[in-house]
Design a protein around this ligand. Structure first.
Ligand SMILES: Cc1ncc(COP(=O)(O)O)c(C=O)c1O
Length: 397
């Protein structure tokens, strides 16, 4: 039991306390404990005798058994993430966010099943549905991110899972998650959410009716652009299926990376507040620029997703988009190439600002905006400097 199991504690406190169980941070023989769960590297676990080995063959998730099933460093991270989602039974860790998404979809779907996938999903999530999942005999229907309770009309007897991503990490539509999970529960369909943008700090997914919540820890949880990992956190009803599939798939994470993720997790609350604040400063400035078509940021009052975002989310991260009015692709490239504080690179959620061009892929809906899209991950630099950098981009148009 760690202190973060106490649901009376506030999220920021849980981030600090999570996973620091006495049995993972101290040893009575050493006469004390350390603050952070040490890095336990292991493949082989040694047993006292055959009786001990046989007894632990039926090990639960958090007993030393074999390296692939984790060590206290791994369990500490999983435990801390579980503590962030009231109602969660456990968390499984994967080598990347994509691995977590794929493992979750494989665990919850079987040949002949039907999946409802949000049209604004992260592109590799779509690629898995159109690729391996299709070969595995699962059919996917993409749906409008703004469908809300209308999802009911797309559910067939074969529908087993509805996948959500909100806001969409390139186009930032906000889904009506409570409306969708309500319909899903009535119809006996499971829901899975890519919650990387918000993290449980801004959106505790299980409390909003989601069955499985996924995060690319590579982004805000790690926060320092130096490690990759993904997580699935689930309700009691779904957890055994995920765990069994994870054991069969055999994906394991490194304890060194878990230590990096735990380090990031401790400061997630303060970093997220600053990412959100800096992002809004930049977004508001962009919104007033004549060269900008629109700013895609749900925390801006004029954004189409603002009402639902205000109702459901506890704050904003620093990832959003904007379009260049009447510009072409070459002008967008000139804009981006002129920036020096915004690095050109994939991923987001690190302490440093990043920029990428965005090219939305749609099949259920149409992306009608003709203006080229740019996505910014606003970091922890002073927004005054970031705005000066963006000025350089506009000067290069
Ligand atoms: C919304 C979203 N989900 C999942 C992922 C995949 O995470 P990873 O890069 O850790 O595989 C990403 C990565 O960019 C993402 O943006």
């Amino acid at each position: 039991m760690s202190k973060s199991d106490d649901d009376n504690l506030r999220p920021a406190t849980k981030l600090v306390q999570g996973g620091r169980r006495p049995e993972w941070t101290g040893d009575p023989r050493l006469g004390g404990s350390v603050v952070n769960p040490p890095v336990w590297r292991a493949s082989t676990i040694l047993y006292d005798n055959i009786a001990d080995l046989e007894a632990r063959g039926h090990a639960t998730h958090d007993k030393l058994y074999y390296g692939r099933r984790g060590t206290p460093t791994v369990w500490a991270l999983a435990d801390a993430l579980t503590g962030m989602e009231p109602g969660a039974a456990g968390t499984l860790l994967y080598p990347s966010g994509v691995a977590a998404n794929s493992a979750g979809l494989l665990a919850l779907l079987a040949p002949g099943d039907h999946l409802l996938m949000v049209d604004s999903a992260y592109e590799p999530t779509r690629a898995f549905c159109d690729g391996l999942l299709t070969r595995y005999g699962v059919t996917t229907t993409y749906y409008d991110p703004l469908i809300g309770a209308g999802i009911a009309d797309l559910i067939t007897p074969a529908t087993k899972l509805i996948f959500l991503e909100s806001p969409g990490s390139l186009t930032f539509e906000v889904q009506d998650i409570p409306a969708i999970t309500r319909v899903a529960r009535e119809r006996g369909v499971l829901t899975m959410l890519d919650n990387t943008w918000a993290t449980p700090l801004l959106f505790p997914a299980l409390a909003h009716g989601v069955d499985v919540t996924m995060m690319s820890l590579t982004k805000y949880v790690g926060g320092h652009s130096d490690a990759m990992m993904g997580s699935l956190t689930a309700t009691k009803a779904v957890w055994p299926r995920l765990r069994s599939a994870a054991y069969q798939l055999g994906q394991a994470v490194s304890p060194d990376d878990c230590a990096l993720m735990l380090r990031g997790l401790r400061t997630l609350d303060v970093r997220m507040a600053r990412h959100g604040e800096n992002g809004l400063a930049v977004a508001n400035w962009l919104a007033a620029r004549p060269e900008v078509g629109r700013v895609l940021h749900p925390a801006l009052p004029g954004d189409p997703g603002h009402a639902i975002w205000s109702r459901d989310f506890g704050g904003t991260s620093g990832l959003f988009g904007f379009t260049l009015k009447g510009a072409d692709i070459a002008a967008r490239a000139r804009f981006i190439d002129a920036l020096s504080l915004f690095g050109i690179g994939f991923s987001w959620g690190g302490y440093e600002s990043l920029v990428v061009p965005g090219n939305p892929i749609r099949t259920a809906t149409e992306w009608t905006d003709p203006d080229p899209l740019i996505r910014l991950s606003v970091g922890l630099e002073d927004p005054v400097d970031l705005i000066a950098d963006l000025e350089r981009g506009f000067a290069a148009l």
